[in-house]
Write a protein that binds this ligand. Structure first.
Ligand SMILES: [Zn+2]
Length: 263
């Protein structure tokens, strides 16, 4: 093991010099093979370590042939049970995220009025390609927001994406929460829109209880985000997208970023 470690360090030093000498062109023959513990961590991130060699190049690991992941991501694996941004196993495809038509089917009132601001907050995330667009034609709508009964104490319900498309429905229970303000509805709708584009609950499962196997931690977001818009079971607390929520959104949907999770 000691010998392995030494070889590892020497090999890294070697690959650094190679990089400099070759003007940043990385020749994979000089990259180093990583140890088993690291391989296990990378496999836990969901990358295929069986069919592709994992190579170390400076502060990055190259996985599945052409994906670079920062070394720092691996340190977060040990903190898997903490509050941290999560995504559903299925997210929206890169092409679909750029134009998501939303039909607002809510009756007149503060909930209906707050939809456009909730959409705008997602659209305004910099270096992120999420774009919700209002449509007045229900037949063109990808997401339909309606009023209807939900279980006791449940204010809203979103739908996770499938087949690369956003979830189709958001239901709010306006009758049960008739005293909600504009800000409370805006916050609720913004949260449900997050589900429809693949965000699970930061603090646990979207179904209540512990996270499901399909709710995957978004590597690269910090381990704690108590103010996350995507925390569940927050009742009428008014929330907005936090810096970490936005970071998670970029990791999924910055289509110019080679390490993005949408495809
Ligand atoms: Zn939720």
């Amino acid at each position: 093991m000691k010998f392995l470690k030494l070889t590892f360090i020497i090999a890294i030093a070697f690959s650094f010099t190679q990089c400099e000498q070759e003007n940043e062109i990385v020749d994979s023959s000089d990259a180093t093979i990583v140890d088993n513990t690291t391989l296990e961590k990378i496999a836990k991130l969901g990358f295929d370590t069986q069919n592709y060699p994992v190579l170390k190049d400076g502060e990055y690991y190259t996985v599945e042939g052409d994906i670079n992941i920062p070394e720092s991501y691996l340190d977060e694996i040990d903190n898997q049970n903490q509050s941290k941004q999560r995504r559903w196993v299925n997210i929206v495809s890169c092409n679909e995220i750029r134009y998501i038509t939303v039909f607002n089917n809510l009756p007149a009132g503060s909930a209906r009025n707050s939809v456009s601001l909730a959409m705008r907050h997602w659209n305004d995330i910099t270096k992120c390609d999420i774009r919700f667009a209002a449509t007045s034609n229900i037949n063109n709508a990808e997401v339909i927001i309606s009023n209807g009964p939900l279980s006791q104490g449940v204010v809203g319900r979103g739908t996770f994406p499938s087949n690369g498309k956003p979830g189709r429905y958001i239901r709010l229970d306006l009758n049960q929460f008739s005293s909600y303000s504009y800000a409370q509805w805006r916050s609720t709708i913004e949260h449900e829109l997050g589900h429809n584009i693949g965000f699970a609950h930061t603090n646990g499962s979207a179904q209540g209880g512990g996270p499901l196997p399909q709710e995957i931690l978004i590597q690269g977001t910090p381990v704690n985000d108590p103010n996350s818009l995507m925390n569940g079971r927050r009742g009428g607390t008014v929330r907005s997208l936090t810096g970490d929520d936005k970071r998670a959104a970029r990791l999924l949907y910055n289509t110019n970023f080679s390490g993005r999770l949408c495809n």
